[in-house]
Every structure is written in C-alpha cells, then in structure tokens.
Write a protein that binds this ligand. Structure first.
Ligand code: SF4
Length: 291
C-alpha cells in the first residue's frame, strides 16, 4: 500500500475556482480575453490558461487598452480600474471574489462615514498586494497599511482607529495587532476593528497542522508569489520540520525521499489538484530508483 497521501482539504478556494471557471467560459466563446494580473499566484496554472488563449497584462498595459474584454481576478480591483474600463470601452468580466467585494464595500462605507472624524483607516496586510491595492482604492489611498507590529508606530493613538484585515492574513497575527493597538490608545480616541479574514484560508490552518503531524515528510506545493502559501507552509514547518516548499516536481530533492517514510502532499488555496498529483507521480518515480 502506498504511504503517500494528498491532502484532500488543500487546493483552490471557491474564489479562485470561480475565477478560473469564468475565464474558461469566456475563452470558450473565442476572441481575445485579457486578464489583469496573474489569475492565480501559480505560474503553472497561469501557463495552462494562457495556452487556452488567456493573455495576462499588467496595469500599465491595461491603461493603454481600448475596445477589449478583460477579466478581473479574485483579488478585486480599486475603483480607478472600473473608471479606466468605462473610458476605454473595455468590457469587464468581473471575477472578483464576493468575500473581497464585501470587504471593499465595508471599507468604502466606513471611509465615507468617518471622513470628518479624523479616523485612521488601517489595513493589516501586505503593501503592494493586489487585494490591498483594491482595498486602499476604497479610501482614495488614504488608509495606512500595517504589515507587522513594528509598523504600528505610523499610527496616532490619540486619534480614532478603525482596523480591517486583508482576507489572507493569519488570525493570530491580527489578534496581536488588535491587542497592541488597544494597549496604546490614548484619551477619548475610539478603536474599532473588523475581523475580515477569509475562513477559506484560516480554517486550513488547523487542518494543515493535523496533516503535517501525521506524516513523516511534507511536500508543500505552491507558487512563490502566493501569500497564503507562505502562511500555510510556515504552519507545516512549525509542526513538521521535514517540510519542504516546492513549486514543481523537479524541485524535489531525491535525497529527502525515503521508501518507508509516510509522505504528505499539500498546498495553498492557489494550488490545483493536478499539480499535487504530479508531485505524487514524481515521488513514486524517485522511489522506484531507490534500492
Ligand atoms: S481566499 Fe477567500 S477571499 Fe480570497 S479568493 Fe479565496 S475565497 Fe475569496
């Protein structure tokens, strides 16, 4: 019996499944379909869709485009993207994840409500990440992005603070930021926070811990640009030091593969199942070559 297991709970989240389905449906209609930014943080899946005709463009290329069809990926976009589309006769195929759209709306409403109260809108997230850019756009780029606790010095604790989180940040990191802000608030300044972390990612943490603990060796498959891939891999490594981050089967170091150890294969919310299956095939191939 094989002692290699693919984690059933790893793989695309529903936001990514929906974006890829929309891309495939649109590509089937023929004509050119552009995608603003990588549809997923996974080069191999991007290559697969590009072979079907998808053309990935960046924001500079998008600004010059006219009379075209453009898919917006699950991360969402700021209002300026929709404005450019309107001006340049671009048909938008909006695959923004509904969870991200709800968060954008929440931040937008808060920004409008608090405009005259000197409230600092704060986003716990990664500077420059596409989702964070979309969130910043809801505040005319006036929100402050906090990546780590050291960044909190940017805030004025004598003024109101309203905190949100990028959907893929870890719950414990968010809680730590909340605790520090709470302890530093001064005078009558108000502090409000909204837990806007997507459970499609955070629920994977308890599962990945269990999976990492029950296997001797873990191969974690994800693209290098995947934020939640980094979070989930860190979790694997914490509970199983024999965890290896790989992007393709060729990254596997044959020296760490043994015939008898149980091997677990898991991945990020941007890792397709077919990629984990390819890793399984490669491990079997390496094992066949072992004495
Ligand atoms: S991780 Fe959550 S918010 Fe992000 S695309 Fe997936 S389902 Fe949507």
């Amino acid at each position: 019996m094989s002692n290699i297991e693919i984690d059933e709970k790893s793989g695309f989240c529903f936001g990514v499944v929906n974006a890829i389905k929309k891309a495939e449906e649109e590509l089937a209609k023929g004509g050119t379909l552009y995608c603003l930014g990588d549809i997923v943080h996974n080069n191999l899946e991007v290559d697969r869709l590009e072979k079907l005709g998808l053309k990935t463009i960046n924001h500079e290329e998008f600004a010059k485009l006219k009379n075209a069809r453009v898919l917006l990926r699950a991360h969402g976009e700021p209002p300026s993207t929709y404005q450019t589309a309107k001006e340049n006769n671009i048909e938008i195929i909006d695959a923004s994840c509904p969870v991200v759209l709800r968060l954008q709306k929440k931040i937008h409403n808060k920004y409008n409500d608090e405009k005259n109260n000197n409230t600092q809108i704060v986003i716990y997230g990664k500077n420059g990440h596409a989702e964070v850019n979309g969130l910043l756009g809801q505040t005319d780029s006036s929100a402050t992005v906090i990546e780590k606790k050291e960044d909190l010095d940017k805030l004025d604790f004598t003024k109101n603070i309203c905190l949100f989180s990028q959907t893929t940040k870890p719950l414990d990191g968010f809680q730590e930021i909340i605790d520090i802000i709470q302890s530093r608030m001064q005078g009558d300044a108000k502090f409000e926070f909204f837990d806007t972390i997507c459970r499609q990612v955070s629920n994977r943490i308890p599962n990945i811990k269990e999976f990492a603990l029950k296997n001797d060796i873990i191969f974690f498959v994800a693209g290098e640009k995947s934020s939640n891939g980094k979070v989930l891999y860190a979790e694997c490594k914490k509970y199983n030091p024999n965890s290896y981050f790989i992007t393709t089967p060729s990254d596997i170091n044959p020296e760490v593969v043994s015939k008898t150890a149980s091997i677990g294969i898991c991945g990020a919310t941007s890792t397709p199942k077919w990629q984990m299956e390819e890793v399984e095939a490669k491990i079997n191939e390496i094992r066949l070559g072992l004495n």
